[in-house]
Design a protein around this ligand. Structure first.
Ligand code: AVJ
Length: 322
């Protein structure tokens, strides 16, 4: 099929998110001490597929638990949304989770927002086809930089859907900042549905990030390939070990790559050097007790309305309002 930007119940608006100079930032993190990299670099083609495979491992409970919560409580969630809302999903990806809620919520319009134009158009268009009663207004934008796209939305009660515990990648202060931005967009009467992984026993958490099939290990190591590709260097992924553990004091999973041998590579006149045992900090994934997330949301000016939690107390879905 051709590519009409508007057809039937489907519409697409491109805000042309600029890639920015990610590479300079990437290199800066690799020559710093300690070495760090933003988890956003995980998600190239191979990394996105590996993440998908992670969600299907025995040990990684968040995705299947959250989906089951959305299925079980779709009617209750829809009740709190009310009729004819404008449902916005920042970072919508496959729209797979929204699909679980849309038939219950029946929003006036669904607005999937993603930075990846091609993938967004594919998934939003097929959603519009599968749900002909639904208006889909896809927006290509970088919501981490600007929420300006919301100025062009139709009127109606705004509900922001942010599943997956993606908010866990942010430091708590930054998570609060994100929620404040959400609140601004929701004025005067909007709401937010946010999926948050729960603080729990260390063994359970450690297992989820150290699956026995080595999928998370491959996902972590794929960052070395990404660095090689982005910076035209050639580190050997096999010379890095996957390390993932729950930091109980900070209530976060930390992922690192540990160099098994000394190695160095030059890029743009700078040298990236690993001594044997040096680590690269690749991800934080914060976990919250129910009341702690509610307190964080309140700090951001969002009131708690309801929280759904599974019987094993693994994952939470919060409904917040302005
Ligand atoms: C996509 C950030 C929610 O933190 O659990 C999964 C990413 N990293 N396994 C998470 C991830 C390793 C995931 N988030």
């Amino acid at each position: 099929t051709s590519d009409p930007r508007s057809a039937g119940n489907y519409r697409f608006t491109d805000y042309h998110p600029s890639a920015g100079d990610g590479r300079a930032e990437l290199l800066a993190g690799l020559v710093a001490s300690p070495k760090t990299i933003s988890p956003k670099w995980f998600y190239d083609e191979a990394g996105s597929q590996l993440f998908d495979a992670i969600t299907r491992t025995q040990e990684y409970y968040p995705t299947r638990t959250e989906k089951q919560l959305l299925i079980n409580h779709a009617a209750g969630i829809a009740d709190l949304c009310g009729p004819d809302c404008v449902l916005i999903e920042p970072g919508s990806g496959s729209c797979e989770k929204a699909r679980l809620l849309l038939p219950a919520i029946r929003p006036k319009v669904f607005v999937p927002v993603d930075i990846s134009a091609d993938f967004l158009q594919q998934s939003a268009r097929s959603l519009a086809q599968d749900m002909p009663w639904l208006s889909v207004h896809a927006v290509c934008a970088d919501f981490n930089r600007s929420w300006d796209f919301t100025k062009a939305l139709p009127p109606g009660r705004r509900v922001i859907f942010y599943p997956g515990s993606t908010i866990g990648n942010l430091e708590p202060e930054a998570a609060c900042g994100f929620l404040k931005q959400v609140r601004d967009v929701l004025e005067p009467e909007g709401a937010a549905i946010i999926g948050v992984d729960l603080h729990k026993s260390t063994p359970r958490l450690n297992a989820a990030y150290n699956d026995t099939d080595g999928v998370t290990e491959a996902f972590n190591r794929n960052l070395i390939q990404r660095v090689n590709h982005e910076l035209s260097v050639s580190f050997d992924p096999q010379q890095f070990a996957h390390r993932a553990f729950y930091n109980e004091d900070l209530r976060r999973i930390e992922m690192h790559l540990e160099a098994l041998t000394a190695q160095s590579q030059s890029s743009e006149g700078q040298t990236i050097t690993f001594e044997s045992g040096d680590t690269l900090h690749t991800e934080n994934s914060y976990k919250y007790a129910e009341e702690d997330f509610i307190a964080l949301a309140r700090q951001a000016g969002l009131q708690h309305q309801h929280t759904w939690i599974d019987a094993e107390q693994l994952f939470s879905v919060h409904f917040l309002r302005v």
